[in-house]
Design a protein around this ligand. Structure first.
Ligand SMILES: C[S@@+](CC[C@H](N)C(=O)[O-])C[C@H]1O[C@@H](n2cnc3c(N)ncnc32)[C@H](O)[C@@H]1O
Length: 271
């Protein structure tokens, strides 16, 4: 059977599952996280491969450009896998997420890690940047897999908050999925077929808004050149949990960018 035909046969299943997803995005995320039973490579969360192989792609940039004396904020931290990794590298790691369920889970999973903390916060809301700056001072920012799930106006609002958080010393490292085909191609690439829908994909489809992609063009729009300098950017591979019967590693094409604020462009007060 052709790939195109396989994709067409998926349409009814995808439409049925996606029709259950709440329209309000924050409600959708809350429902998603409340329903999660297990995380990590064999868990329910599509993107939580907890992959050191993926992180190895970011390590050099983080080591070379993040000031090691600053705290780091993991924006849209989910269950906090990356916050725990960052807590091993920086004096303090704070994971923030719009979902209470995510933050409860992240806090539990990080029990015993004294320098990891978590907070419920919509990182795109007005004042979120000032709130974090007041609490932490200037900080580095790590963001994985958040911009591609936001609408352009929220992407711009979140980036503006990040500008406040980084001040003159912090840096942003973002890593986003950037699959350029359509949703059906994306699903089949991840292992969906007319005969089989992996449980992690099904859970995402029936709970979450449809993700977009985030590459250089989207980053350029959300992070204007008047406020941001791109230190480095390019392709990266994002690891998702294995969903194939053989349990082999699965990767999605992605985009990363390392950014600093331009001189004199930040809002809020510099401590
Ligand atoms: C695809 S998940 C990625 C989670 C985590 N960064 C990771 O890589 O494992 C996107 C996360 O962003 C969170 N999120 C979505 N919109 C947000 C917002 N406006 N502010 C903060 N977190 C948000 C969701 O609740 C979810 O946990």
């Amino acid at each position: 059977m052709s790939k195109l035909w396989d994709r067409m046969l998926l349409v009814p299943t995808v439409v049925r599952l996606a029709s259950r997803a709440p329209r309000n995005r924050d409600t959708a995320w809350e429902g998603y996280w409340q329903g999660i039973r297990a995380t990590g490579r064999s868990g329910d969360v599509l993107w939580d491969a907890d992959s050191m192989a993926e992180r190895a792609q970011y390590s050099d940039a983080v080591a070379a450009h993040f000031d090691p004396d600053l705290p780091v904020v993991d924006v849209g931290c989910g269950n906090g896998s990356n916050t725990r990794w960052l807590a091993g590298l920086f004096p303090r790691a704070l994971g923030i997420d719009v979902s209470t369920g995510a933050i409860e889970r992240a806090s539990k999973e990080a029990e015993g890690i004294h320098n990891a903390g978590f907070m419920v916060l919509d990182a795109s809301r007005a004042g979120a940047g000032e709130l974090l700056l007041e609490r932490l001072g200037p900080a580095n920012v790590f963001v994985r897999g958040v911009f591609h799930v936001l609408k352009p106006d929220k992407q711009a609002a979140m980036a503006a908050n990040l500008r406040t958080i980084v001040g003159n010393r912090g840096r942003v490292l973002l890593a986003e999925t950037n699959f350029r085909g359509n949703s059906l191609a994306y699903l089949t690439e991840l292992g969906a077929s007319p005969q089989r829908m992996p449980a992690q994909l099904q859970r995402a489809l029936e709970n979450l808004p449809r993700p977009g992609h985030f590459g250089a063009r989207e980053r350029h729009n959300a992070f204007p050149a008047s406020d941001w300098k791109v230190i480095a950017d390019g392709p990266v591979n994002i690891e998702v949990v294995p969903m194939n019967p053989g349990g082999l590693s699965q990767w999605v094409p992605g985009y990363y960018a390392l950014l600093s604020g331009t001189e004199g462009s930040r809002t809020g007060q510099e401590p």
